[in-house]
Design a protein around this ligand. Structure first.
Ligand code: HEM
Length: 211
């Protein structure tokens, strides 16, 4: 056991909390954390209720789109690790990180790692396109929603194509979400840290070696 662990373990009450927080750094700001968990809830609601309760499905979809719009702005003006410039990397770096991960040699990152960053971009894009096709479909078939005026004169085949696309995209998004959660669990295991807990607390273990 290291000296650091001993001193943190021996401390009691406020001292223990202080020792624990001294080893941690704030990574995810409140907006990122609230965005993430509300997005999880809104997407799950829209996915589960489908069109059995169309009103709920549609409002959950609007919430998803509003969250994405907010996150896109925050990705430009937000805190350090929320910014796209902090985690969006080219295909070369993403593939290198994937290779390193498979060899269990990937370096730890405080923000999103290059592969995680690519997954974040893919999820934001998929969730957005799924929501937008849903909004267009709602306009074409129900003559309701913000796109009703634009979609009202469309031939029925357009509605059919939109319905098919919306469903395929929602299922594809689910596949990516499962891969995202698998990646989070893999990375948590590889670096001996609780990334899910960090998405709640906003904090991660400080280390002098990460990128
Ligand atoms: C219960 C299931 C989920 C868990 C446990 C989970 C966990 C996480 C964690 C730990 C991170 C931070 C990764 C890191 O440390 O680099 C993250 C980021 C992210 N997740 Fe999830 N996630 C879940 C479901 C979802 C779903 C359903 C979506 C999309 C619909 C999603 C979209 C995202 C996005 C966009 C980010 C980036 C956050 C940001 O930078 O704003 N996640 N997730």
């Amino acid at each position: 056991m290291t000296t650091q662990t001993l001193s943190a373990g021996a401390a009691r009450g406020p001292d223990a909390a202080q020792a624990k927080h001294a080893d941690q750094v704030r990574v995810w700001d409140p907006l990122v954390r609230i965005f993430h968990w509300v997005l999880v809830g809104a997407f799950a609601t829209a996915f589960i209720v489908e069109d059995d309760r169309l009103g709920v499905h549609v409002w959950a979809g609007y919430l998803v789109l509003a969250l994405i719009a907010l996150r896109l702005v925050w990705g430009v003006i937000g805190t350090r690790h929320a910014r796209f410039s902090d985690f969006v990397r080219g295909p070369g770096q993403v593939l290198t990180y994937l290779r390193q991960s498979l060899r269990l040699e990937a370096p730890r990152h405080l923000g999103h790692n290059p592969l995680g960053g690519a997954m974040v971009v893919a999820l934001l894009a998929l969730v957005s396109i799924t929501g937008l096709t849903g909004m267009a479909l709602y306009g074409a078939q129900e003559l309701s929603g913000p796109l009703a005026g634009l979609m009202s004169g469309m031939p029925p085949a357009v509605g059919g194509a939109l319905e098919e696309s919306h469903e395929v995209l929602a299922n594809l998004t689910l596949v990516f979400i499962l891969a995202h959660v698998a990646g989070v669990l893999f990375s948590s295991f590889a670096h001996r840290e609780n990334l899910i807990g960090s998405m709640f607390s906003g904090r991660k273990r400080r280390s002098s070696r990460e990128a």
